[in-house]
Each structure stands twice: as structure tokens, then as C-alpha cells.
Design a protein around this ligand. Structure first.
Ligand code: GN1
Ligand code: MG
Length: 366
């Protein structure tokens, strides 16, 4: 779909119940799926305005119902505990008609949130201390949703972290080779197929009930949490599009993938990309603390697998999209998905060398 013009964005804004007329629009963000704008009202108040990618999220209103229900639940918990309910969770801005989103004449689905002032989102972690706080915040998110009725949620993307299904989709992409690029990435394809047996570990344990199903965020990369711009405290977890029933290992794992790494997800120089075991440990301590002792022994013992499997899964998703011709993730240049895939596979390879050490570490925590 074509990008909306400035005038079109202003026209969309007129449908939302902002506190006054929107006068400024800035493009924002580095998300791979949706398109994000920061809009400023006459009053000076700022808001987030987004186009939800409906090729990815087929039921946009279902996504918004999920987000409203989950943020209401978290807000009620924050209020009851006397905590910062203003900044501690996202606030959906309704349309003037009382809807949670707006579809424009070209079929784009728009939604809006309050902008959380005084915060930043980062692509890489500045310190272990910050990463520990992020772990605590994502653990706390699971704890706060532990009494949320999961049957109220629609599955916004079915099989989102079903790594077995992701692997089957990957093989399909290799087979179809829609982009004609498969000959360029034989080494990467082999790296993934050599690890096929790993893809079922979490899925099978959920299926046989040895891992509990929880309400999880499912996209816990570092840039999906807002940090206080001065103190680096974790303030607000964002991007709740994929909140669904899942495993704690998905949330743990996706943060490890993104944050226990020495470089950004799309660092082209692989010599700069390393798995950082100390960051894993710091995050694990924070995450466990945040969940308030709620994780089962099996969940705790599988934390290393969580990081490993979600990194592998994300690597095959990027490589699969490269083979499909870059149809899913936003890309800034032709090899962007390949560059992303390679960082993930490098992290997988390095993590393998640390698995024993990580297992000993988590066993010590059990
Ligand atoms: C996407 O939308 P964003 O950029 O937060 C993707 C995640 C990937 C991530 C990789 C709905 O997240 O699953 O882990 O890119 N989201 C969706 O950076 O597919
Ligand atoms: Mg997202």
C-alpha cells in the first residue's frame, strides 16, 4: 500500500479523540511491521499514530480489543498498588465514534496511543544494569497478566512462535525459492536444517503440558520497552500486538536474542556480533525476580533453550523472508533480511558454546 500523504494523515487524525487538533506529524520508529508517526496537537500534547499492517494482522479490531483488555488489566493493577498508571502501560485513544481504530478510504487501519513523555526506546543495551531492569519489567508483565483470562484474547497471529511450523514454512520458502536467491545462501540454509531437531523443544513441552501456557508478550525485543530518558528505568512495555497465550520462554528468549548481543540485529560486520553470556545472566536474574517466583522448575531449567530457540527461529524467519523476496519485514536495502538472518545465526552458533555454562547457571537459580 502506498504511503499516506501529510494531508491524508491530518485527515485521519481528525477522526481520533485527541485533546485538540493535530498540527504536526513526524515519521518515527524502526518497527519491521507497522508504520509509526508521532503527532502533536495544538495543546502541545503528543500522540503515537500507527498504521497496523493488516497483511500481518488479519483481524485488526481483534488486536485492538486484546490491547485494550490487557492494558486495562495492567492499569487496574498499577492503580491498586499505588504505582504509576499514567506511564506504566499504553493508553489507547479511541476515535470520536468510540472505536479503537479507524479504516481510511484506502483500507489502511489506523490506531492511536498516548505518547509516553520523557522516554526513549533503544536498539542495543547500554549496560548490564539496564538490561537487568528490562528483564525485571518483562517478568513483571507476565506476573501482572497471570490472573488475566486468556480466553478473552484472539490469537492475533496463529502459530506465531510455533517453531516447528516456522521451520516447515522455512523449508517451504527454500523449496519455492520465489526470489531466486537460494543459491546465494546454501551455507545458511544448511546451518538451519542441521538444527531441525531443536525446533520442537518448546512446542512439544507446551503440548504435553510440561511447560505451562501463559499470557505472554511474544515480541520482547529491547526496542519494545520505553526507558526513562534520564534514569534508564524501564517505564512502559509497548507493541502489544502479539499478546497471546504462549510460553514464558518466548518472552525470555526474544529479549535474549536482541539484548544479550554485542551489536544491533542488522549489524553487517559479523566480527562485531557476539553472544554475551553475562548479559544473559543479568537478564535472567531480573526476569525471575519480576515474575515473583512464578516460573516452574522446568521453565527455569529451559531458559537457555528459550534464548537459543527464539534466536534460531528469528534467523529462519529473516532468511525465509529473504528467500520469499522480502514480503514480510520492512527492509531498507536489498540484503537487509540476509544481514539480519546472519546476525541471528552467528548468535545461535556462539550460544551453543555457552549452553553448558548457562545450564549450570540456571540450575543454580532453581
Ligand atoms: C517484528 O514489529 P516489530 O519490529 O516489533 C516481528 C517480531 C520479530 C522482530 C524482529 C509481528 O517486530 O516477531 O522478532 O520484528 N513482529 C511480527 O526484529 O512479526
Ligand atoms: Mg511489532
Amino acid at each position: 500500500m502506498t504511503k499516506p500523504t501529510h494531508e491524508q494523515i491530518l485527515a485521519v487524525c481528525a477522526h481520533f479523540a485527541f485533546d485538540s487538533t493535530i498540527t504536526d506529524v513526524q515519521v518515527c520508529g524502526n518497527g519491521h511491521i507497522n508504520s509509526t508517526y508521532i503527532v502533536t496537537a495544538d495543546s502541545g500534547k503528543r500522540y503515537i499514530l500507527q498504521i497496523l499492517n493488516t497483511a500481518v494482522f488479519k483481524d485488526p479490531m481483534g488486536v485492538m480489543e486484546n490491547i485494550a483488555a490487557v492494558t486495562d488489566h495492567i492499569r487496574a493493577g498499577l492503580l491498586a498498588a499505588g504505582e504509576d498508571a499514567e506511564r506504566g502501560t499504553m493508553k489507547v485513544i479511541f476515535t470520536k465514534d468510540g472505536a479503537k481504530g479507524y479504516t481510511d478510504d484506502d483500507g489502511r487501519f489506523w490506531r492511536a496511543y498516548d505518547f509516553v513523555e520523557g522516554t526513549v526506546c533503544r536498539l542495543t543495551v547500554d549496560s548490564a544494569e539496564t538490561f537487568g531492569r528490562v528483564g525485571e519489567a518483562f517478568g513483571d508483565f507476565l506476573r501482572r497478566l497471570s490472573d488475566f483470562d486468556a480466553s478473552r484474547l484472539v490469537e492475533s497471529i496463529p502459530n506465531f512462535h510455533n517453531t516447528k511450523k516456522r521451520y516447515a514454512d522455512f523449508l517451504d520458502a527454500v523449496e519455492r525459492n520465489a526470489s531466486g536467491r537460494a543459491h546465494l545462501v546454501q551455507e545458511e540454509i544448511k546451518f538451519i536444517t542441521d538444527r531441525a531437531d531443536k525446533c520442537s523443544l518448546i512446542v512439544d513441552a507446551l503440548a504435553d503440558g510440561s511447560l505451562p501456557l501463559r499470557v505472554t508478550h511474544n515480541d520482547t525485543k529491547l526496542s519494545n520497552i520505553l526507558l526513562d530518558e534520564v534514569t534508564n528505568e524501564a517505564v512502559c512495555i509497548i507493541d502489544l500486538d502479539t499478546v497471546m497465550p504462549g510460553s514464558s520462554l518466548y518472552d525470555f528468549g526474544d529479549s535474549i536474542r536482541a539484548g544479550a548481543a554485542s551489536a544491533a540485529e542488522d549489524e553487517p560486520d559479523l566480527d562485531k556480533v557476539h553472544f554475551l553470556p553475562e548479559m544473559f545472566k543479568t537478564y535472567a536474574r531480573g526476569f525471575i525476580k519480576g515474575t515473583g517466583g512464578d516460573l516452574t522448575p522446568k521453565e527455569l531449567s529451559m531458559l537457555p533453550e528459550g534464548g537459543y530457540i527464539i534466536t534460531l527461529e528469528t534467523g529462519m524467519r529473516f532468511l525465509g523472508d529473504y528467500l520469499n523476496g522480502d514480503v514480510y519485514f520492512h527492509t531498507d536495502y536489498p540484503d537487509h533480511n540476509l544481514v539480519r538472518a546472519r546476525t541471528q545465526l552467528k548468535l545461535v552458533a556462539e550460544t551453543e558454546g555457552y549452553m553448558e555454562e548457562l545450564r549450570e547457571f540456571v540450575n543454580g537459580l532453581c
